[in-house]
Ligand binder design. Structure first.
Ligand SMILES: [Zn+2]
Length: 283
């Protein structure tokens, strides 16, 4: 081989792999709150898939079908498997949950959120039931997985952070916090249907937006809600305004993303990361 063609061979060999590395360097999807993506067929006719009778997100991309499974925060590290059903056939899927570092944050909130009164406990129970019904709802719409950021502001909290409220350990943070001044507009990060709104004890004013097939956004602590239950909204449409209602310590938007009723990291759906993962990594 001539030196030039050797150089060319090395060049050709290295360029594609470095493209893959660069595109996925900040994406560690197989982690707690991540998404396990598995190609289920070389056909764009997407079959329905179920895990313990719960339907999962299946979607087609470039004439192939994929399954997207939201990895619960509580799932153990290392090798895991899930047993899914497609057309009465059972498949055992294996994947590795990789470790990821999560920060610690200390937050000060009104103490009524740490020890609610008996009356408020009843209210909280009713609100939890309403939220469960909305989380269980299946909207048979193909979601657009290329999300945009729902508000301009600074990131003040990330998914998975270990949280202490007034010194007491609470649940890990299940979304993304965007700090901005009260009244800042919130837009739909992807299209969907509004399936619940309200003014709840912990959430304050909130919106639950169903993107379809088990992928849902919830926006909480709002100052104003600009949409109604049942309304279908497009990506980029105004849906509310940032506020400081409910268990909040300053004006900000808390955005959570649910997939198969599991809280996942919304940041993975921004900047085309899921689409990049489809086109570069999945086999
Ligand atoms: Zn938050």
């Amino acid at each position: 081989m001539k030196p030039f063609s050797l150089f060319l061979a090395i060049f050709i060999f290295f360029i594609p792999s470095s493209v893959i590395l660069n595109a996925s360097s900040n994406v560690i999807l197989n982690t707690k709150g991540g998404v396990y993506i598995h190609k289920i067929s070389n056909d764009k006719l997407t079959p329905d898939a179920f895990l313990d009778n719960q339907q999962l997100l299946t979607i087609s991309y470039k004439d192939k079908s994929y399954l997207l499974y939201g990895i619960p925060y509580g799932m153990k590290l290392g090798k895991n498997n899930i047993n899914i059903m497609i057309d009465d056939n059972s498949y055992n899927l294996h994947f590795i949950v990789k470790p990821k570092f999560f920060d610690v944050q200390n937050i000060i909130v009104d103490k009524k959120y740490i020890k609610p009164s008996l009356e408020n406990k009843n209210r909280i129970d009713t609100e939890r039931r309403n939220l469960k019904v909305a989380k269980d709802y299946w909207y048979n719409n193909i979601p657009d997985l290329s999300f945009i950021i729902p508000a301009d502001g600074i990131t003040t909290g990330r998914f998975g952070t270990k949280r202490f409220y007034n010194g007491e350990e609470g649940n890990p943070h299940n979304g993304l916090d965007i700090g901005a001044k009260k009244g800042t507009l919130i837009i739909a990060p992807s299209g969907g249907k509004i399936i619940l709104t309200g003014n709840y004890y912990y959430n304050g004013k909130f919106i639950l937006l169903d993107h379809g097939k088990g992928l849902k956004s919830i926006f909480i602590h709002l100052d104003e809600i600009l949409v109604k239950k049942g309304q279908v909204v497009s990506k980029g449409e105004n849906i509310g305004k940032i506020g400081n209602t409910g268990k909040s310590s300053g004006p900000h938007l808390h955005w959570s993303l649910l997939l198969n009723k599991t809280y996942i990291n919304p940041e993975y759906f921004l900047s085309n990361q899921i689409i990049d993962y489809f086109s570069l990594k999945v086999e």
